[in-house]
Design a protein around this ligand. Structure first.
Ligand SMILES: Nc1ncnc2c1ncn2[C@@H]1O[C@H](COP(=O)(O)OP(=O)(O)OP(=O)(O)O)[C@@H](O)[C@H]1O
Ligand SMILES: Cc1ncsc1CCO
Ligand SMILES: [Mg+2]
Length: 298
């Protein structure tokens, strides 16, 4: 068998590559969530809060949504991981979110950040700035948000211009490779076991632990036609973070989303039926399908 045919055979059907240990850890994370039904707590936006909870349940976990600091901290004590999404802000968040992040970090509680609309508004900027001193373990965002946050935290050189973006990405995932690596390295430096990850969503998703970069092709363009695809991916990433290390959690969640989106697209007539089919597919996609996905490391 030539090298070419070997690569073709195994990348597309039954993978047998040097990612085998990582694939086994991803499969184990998917199985563990289905078996252990871990609780991941969310402090998230009002637009997509229902989809976040339903996606966490469909992946096999459980959900709890909280906003008041004492509620968040008490729930964090019984949750496996936590999720903060700054999509819709209220005045009290300006003090509450920095205090919550500090307390989570002090207690050693892991959390995932979705810096929705990073760069927009003084309040959001103050909140996201404050997280630099009490960082999450995983960041899940679109490319524009990753670039904006890395800039805000002073992790980039002047070449990477910062500008505010809305909730939709205006950048390609490839433009966020270096910002994502810088962010992951920064998170890892203050993380338990020095392990962290950044997941950048888009047509081809990208996940990095600060050292390695993994590109995840596939999914469906219809994901951009339902609100909360990204927000709920952050929530499901927290569900996996309750049972797995950050890199494995970020990969498992992003790959589950890609496979489930493909199943849903085949059944959907439009965005409405797509969202319903997508939730069903989150439930039905197997650990083997997730772990057997194409993962591009070049
Ligand atoms: N063109 C596309 N093709 C395939 N998958 C896509 C596409 N665009 C987005 N996705 C998928 O949609 C999910 C969310 O990614 P997206 O980049 O839209 O997040 P987002 O901008 O933060 O979304 P939101 O803030 O609306 O929740 C990911 O699973 C990603 O792979
Ligand atoms: C549409 C929208 N507006 C604030 S948060 C949100 C959900 C997608 O990020
Ligand atoms: Mg988003």
């Amino acid at each position: 068998m030539s090298d070419d045919s070997h690569v073709h055979c195994c990348a597309t059907t039954h993978p047998s590559d040097d990612l085998e240990p990582l694939r086994e850890a991803i499969a184990q994370a998917v199985r563990d969530v289905k078996e252990k039904t871990p609780l991941a707590q969310s402090f998230t936006n009002f637009v997509t809060i229902n989809l976040v909870a339903n996606a966490q349940l469909a992946a096999g976990g459980t959900a709890a949504m909280s906003f008041l600091p004492d509620d968040v901290i008490e729930t964090a004590k019984i949750a496996g991981a936590n999720y903060i999404n700054v999509g819709t802000l209220l005045p009290f968040y300006k003090d509450a979110l920095p205090a919550i992040a500090q307390r989570l970090n002090y207690l050693g509680k892991l959390w995932v950040l979705d810096p929705v609309a990073a760069g927009i508004g003084k309040t959001r900027t103050a909140i996201l700035q404050s997280f630099k001193a009490a960082p999450p373990t995983v960041i899940r965002a679109n490319a524009s948000e990753v670039i904006a946050l890395a800039n805000m935290w002073g992790l980039l050189d002047a070449d990477n211009a910062s500008r505010p973006v809305g909730v939709e990405s205006v950048d390609e995932v490839d433009a966020a490779v270096e910002p994502a690596k810088q962010l992951a390295q920064f998170l890892a430096a203050s993380a338990p076991n020095q392990q962290a990850a950044v997941a950048v969503s888009g047509k081809v998703d990208l996940v990095t632990d600060g050292e390695h970069v993994y590109r995840l092709p596939g999914g469906s363009a219809l994901m951009a036609k339902i609100t909360g695809a990204g927000c709920s991916l952050g929530g499901v990433t927290a569900t996996y973070l309750a049972v797995a290390e950050p890199l494995v959690a970020a990969l498992a969640a992003s790959l589950l989303y890609d496979r489930a989106a493909e199943v849903a697209e085949a059944e959907a007539k439009g965005p409405g039926s797509f969202q319903v089919a997508f939730l069903d597919a989150l439930w039905n996609v197997t650990a083997e399908q997730v772990a057997g996905s194409d993962i591009v490391t070049q």
